[in-house]
Write a protein that binds this ligand. Sequence first.
Ligand SMILES: O=P(O)(O)OC[C@H]1O[C@H](OP(=O)(O)OP(=O)(O)O)[C@H](O)[C@@H]1O
Ligand SMILES: O=C(O)c1cc(=O)[nH]c(=O)[nH]1
Length: 192
Amino acid sequence: MNDAPKQELLDILLAKSIRTGHFVLASGKESDLYCDCRVTALDARGANLIGQVGWELVKKDILAQFPNVSSIGGMTMGADPISLAIGMYSSLDQTCGTTLNVFTVRKEAKDHGRGKRIEGNFESGQEIIVVDDVITTGGSTLKAIDAIEAEGGKVVAALVLVDREEGGREAIEARDIPVFPLFTRQSIFGSR
Ligand SMILES: O=P(O)(O)OC[C@H]1O[C@H](OP(=O)(O)OP(=O)(O)O)[C@H](O)[C@@H]1O
Ligand SMILES: O=C(O)c1cc(=O)[nH]c(=O)[nH]1
């Protein structure tokens, strides 16, 4: 694939998602930078590009190493549109032979209905790509990994839209799960 779709996705991220100001993060840390990835991932064109660029990354870097991967999902809600976009692209690809099952992990198990923590297309024993929109400390991705493993999934890789390069990658890789970012802070901002 040429670089044009990734460049267009970066342009949308820069225009719609990157914000400066004062922000309290999920970890309690404070930051003058925030990447509101939901605005890009819930943009019709942004979602399409995430699907295209993300699926190419899955094929080239993840399936090549883990050919039995069958499913993709992560902690709601940041992961949801990203997982679905990549899953949809996998279903359109006639050349690959893998159509990803897509699921989502609730922050808490549902207290009615089927009482599930993991919703959608997930079964124990599957090899999984865990998704997050952003990693800062990696804490949210690790919670998703714990929930998936508790139900018998084997997480083999983590795919993230933006790695803020603040320790999250190291925390996830300490669990022997390689991290594949579409963008890093460095690739977005250079040395800023
Ligand atoms: O690497 P971390 O330090 O965990 O930070 C990153 C997490 O923070 C945000 O989630 P948030 O809890 O704000 O939830 P949301 O996706 O439901 O908005 C984001 O979607 C990541 O999941
Ligand atoms: O660490 C976080 O909570 C966080 C950082 C960021 O840039 N974007 C986001 O949605 N969450």
